[in-house]
Design a protein. Sequence first.
Length: 316
Amino acid sequence: MKKLYAILFLVALVHTEVYGQAKKPTIMVVPANVWCTHNGYTQKYNNQGTITEIPDYKKALDNDLNLVNVITKIGELMAEKDFPLKDMASSIRSIEQSSAEHEMTTSSTSGASLAESPLDRLMNRAKADILIEVVWNINTMGPKRSVTYTLRGLDAYTNKQVAATQGTGEPSMAAEVAVLLEEAVVDKMDAFVSQLQKHFDDLMANGREVALEVRVFDNGSGVNLESEFGGAELQEIIEDWVAQNTVAHRFSLTDATENMMLFEQVRIPLYRENGMARDTRSFANDLRKYLNQKANLTCKVMTKGLGKAELVIGEK
């Protein structure tokens, strides 16, 4: 009997440790866009004919030692609070070394594509829950210096701000920017971390917010979203599936035609029943499998960043 109690205790302990860790959001620290622009670390990106300017994180990391030290220091502060971290530099190197990475995912039938920027690919590879954006400025007062900083926590799937703190540290003789920043933020980290955790607790309870677009490719089959299968229109079948597979049936069907449906504010569970993490791609893939079984439809799933998936009916 004692042996049985001992085994049950160990199982409970392991269960507590595993799930206790799972309830912490994964963090990745990145420089704020305004910091990258101010310091000349940007790149041009051709988004299907539209030229946009985006941060060049690799260039920034390769050329600014202060940035590397600041990211490392914030990472240390977050690790002290038991937050799991994703290293931006490692994620960038992983993308560069992968021969399977492409600038866009393209359908083999229609040629339709969802362009993925370098930032989208980084977010997809790192799969952080929350990004911490950092920007700072050094103030000089005689022999002493201080740092004015802003930290913002952004939901990596929606890019919505979920936490923030800012301020100016006391003048110090410290020479390193990372040390000045640590001295400035240390007293405010508990409140900042509390905001991050509150957001993640909401995700645990109410699901992660993503977007899903469903389109129909005219492959000559005559199928569209008003076609009937088993007495129900395809549009109804899809909407019912989304309702049954979201947390508390929370979603918004913001647009719908015979060839397109746009679901926004879709709340999906963070984890599958087997405990594995669930993301936008896996959610859309589950719908793809369902439509194949229910209506014998061939579909293709494409993603843009972490927070949006497109399911194209009639493609592969």
